[in-house]
Design a protein around this ligand. Sequence first.
Ligand code: FES
Ligand code: FES
Length: 168
Amino acid sequence: MSRDAPYEAVDRYELEVNGAVHPVEGAWLGETLLYVLRERLGLSGAKNACEQGECGSCSVLLDDEVVCACCVLAVDAVGSSVETVEGLTASGAAAGIQAALLGAGGVQCGFCTPGFVVAVYDLLRRSPDADELQVREALSGNLCRCTGYGRILEAVRMASEGSPRAAG
Ligand code: FES
Ligand code: FES
């Protein structure tokens, strides 16, 4: 798709999200993946906070890599596979992580939680035995204003000792 006219309206394109093809109609080429997920496809799991790639609240998987959806143009995701926290929840892939976050008290306002779920899921499927330094590095792009991180780190430890190896 041409990127020469970023604010040009396009009739229609398709995004593969959580294993299903979603038509996007009447959009602008300059819309971010986060905007399209939330405002056009009704997938509000990825949160909109900084819109600058600084907080990780909008984390999704794009072709199996964690990205900040606020920093990706939706049209650049055409032909790729997008997975959101809704997809991980529906499949049960993140169930152990979600349970651990709740069990450890790693959720307060919850605004950062979907981004952490995506990031922890990605970490544990790649490195199920990640040590604390690796965990801290992997989650360094996810900000939480409530918990102080200790309980989130405890949740990752609990999840890694549970079943998240099955998350991969
Ligand atoms: S909203 Fe995307 S990184 Fe903060
Ligand atoms: S629980 Fe509130 S920002 Fe993390």
